[in-house]
Ligand binder design. Structure first.
Ligand SMILES: Nc1ncnc2c1ncn2[C@@H]1O[C@H](COP(=O)(O)OP(=O)(O)O)[C@@H](O)[C@H]1O
Ligand SMILES: Nc1ccn([C@H]2C[C@H](O)[C@@H](COP(=O)(O)OP(=O)(O)O)O2)c(=O)n1
Length: 424
């Protein structure tokens, strides 16, 4: 995770702004715009329509300009709910990214686009009041469509005063999606080093990160697998993972492991509250600690693992992708590749169950639901995305079992796949 991001306060006119899709606002695909003076030859202007500015509406962009990724992520995370609460009813807050087209990886900055169909002056006042104290770390602009259809950007000055207006225009999607780059940077850790760096960087304000780092340093995260097979069971919550892993453990006389491992589970809630960048570093680190346990366990017996890398990547990618399954990074994207430095299992089984049955099982189980589980229950789009990412992850790819049948049938099918694929 580079700490060398470029956020030059002078380069805003050279940046492309990318607004995430929002089906409720009629934005089904990401929306890109830039200053008229900055249209690159490979990004021809597109339709002049700005759905968020029709009928006199206004929009306001807020970008976090802190170059340090961990600090930027924390400010962005802290501001999100406060911006949504502060703006008048009827306003919509969308996810915004901004980047320099020649260097998207190092220049990416996160922010919000506040769409105000009423174009009320109190929206600006409330944003100024809320964001004033963070002024040195933010870049604000307002957008309006003038008669004739041109869209004007009005940056806010150092003291919130309006500055000179410039013309902005829509442009087409770039070859490299900034949303996908953002997921690669802040949500999917393809090496232990990257996760470790973020945990080190946040340990001054999250003491628990030091505990995770200590456990990592005591784990032999790079040792290889023993001679016994390693089988991972994956799936959405309540698809029957614990049920199957327990019966497999008994029948195969296997070692049963779980990711995140028990030794770091006490800090899970703490990391779940943090921004994606930090939360996902915790889960990634957990997989490497489990890898050292797998290496040890597989020298003595078969190993069954309840969740592993597939879960870490699937939830992270699905959470960070706006809108529907169509917006996920395309199949075979490098984001779906197994990290080279993480121990690979011999087999990954994905349990799938239709939504109705899964919700019934969750209710029968009666445990307290986490925020994410509530979202999974209410948001079928999110569920579809998680499951689709599970299916796209490669090397190893998962083998799907329809787990809507009885526990015995699911167990028998899993056993027959294991016997076929592993030397048991
Ligand atoms: N094949 C199945 N048919 C019916 N109920 C099942 C089946 N597998 C698991 N269950 C029940 O569904 C609930 C969730 O199962 P669990 O194994 O805890 O799921 P997970 O570990 O994936 O969250 C439990 O009450 C369990 O007894
Ligand atoms: N190896 C793992 C395991 C879980 N996670 C993350 C992915 C999701 O954010 C949650 C899902 O966990 P959840 O609490 O719903 O699942 P369990 O009930 O523990 O099976 O944890 C992960 O990133 N990596």
């Amino acid at each position: 995770m580079a700490s060398t991001h470029r956020h030059c306060t002078l380069d805003w006119d050279q940046r492309i702004f990318a607004v995430d899709s929002s089906p409720t606002l009629g934005i089904t695909e990401p929306f890109y715009f830039t200053s008229q003076s900055n249209i690159p030859p490979d990004l021809p202007g597109t339709s002049p329509e700005w759905p968020m500015l029709v009928n006199g509406g206004a929009a306001h962009s807020v970008c976090v300009t802190i170059p340090h990724p961990v600090r930027a992520a924390r400010l962005y995370r802290a501001l999100g709910p406060r911006v949504s609460q502060a703006v008048p009813a009827g306003c919509k807050v969308l996810k915004l990214l901004s980047y320099l087209p020649g260097d998207p990886h190092r220049s990416l900055a996160s922010g919000f686009l506040i769409c105000d169909p009423q174009s009320g002056t109190d929206t600006v006042d409330r944003l100024r009041a809320l964001l004033g104290e963070h002024r040195p770390h933010l870049y604000f602009c307002s957008y309006r469509q003038i008669p004739g259809g041109e869209v004007r950007k009005e940056p806010w000055g150092e003291n919130g005063e309006p500055m000179e207006c410039t013309r902005v225009v829509r442009v087409g999607a770039p070859d490299l999606s900034p949303f996908e780059i953002n997921i690669q940077h802040c949500a999917v850790y393809n090496s232990l080093d990257r996760a470790r760096t973020v945990l080190q960087e946040c340990s001054t304000f999250i003491p628990e990160a030091t505990n995770v780092l200590d456990l990592l340093s005591k784990s032999n995260t790079s040792s290889g697998k023993g001679r016994f097979p390693v089988i991972v069971v994956e799936g959405l919550d309540a698809t029957g993972k614990s049920t199957l892993t327990k019966t497999l453990q008994e029948s195969l006389k296997a070692t049963l492991l779980i990711s995140p491992p028990d030794c770091i589970n006490q800090w899970r809630k703490r990391f779940d509250e943090e921004p994606t960048l930090i939360k996902r570093a915790y889960y990634a680190a957990g997989n490497y600690i489990v890898a050292s346990e797998i290496a040890k366990g597989s020298m003595q017996s078969p190993v069954i693992v309840d969740r592993y890398w597939h879960s870490t990547a699937a939830y992270a990618i699905a959470t960070e992708t706006g809108g529907s399954v169509q917006n996920l990074p395309s199949r075979h994207h490098e984001i779906y590749q197994w990290p080279n430095d993480l121990l690979r299992p011999d087999l990954v089984i994905l349990l799938t169950v239709c939504d109705e049955e899964r919700i019934k099982r969750m209710q029968r189980r009666g445990l307290e639901e986490t925020k994410e589980e509530k979202e999974l229950k209410s948001n079928s789009m999110f569920r579809q995305k998680v499951e689709e990412v599970y299916k796209r992850i490669e090397n190893p790819q998962c083998i799907i079992i329809d787990a809507s049948f009885s526990k015995e049938m699911v167990f028998n099918e899993a056993l027959s796949i294991i016997k076929k694929k592993c030397a048991i």
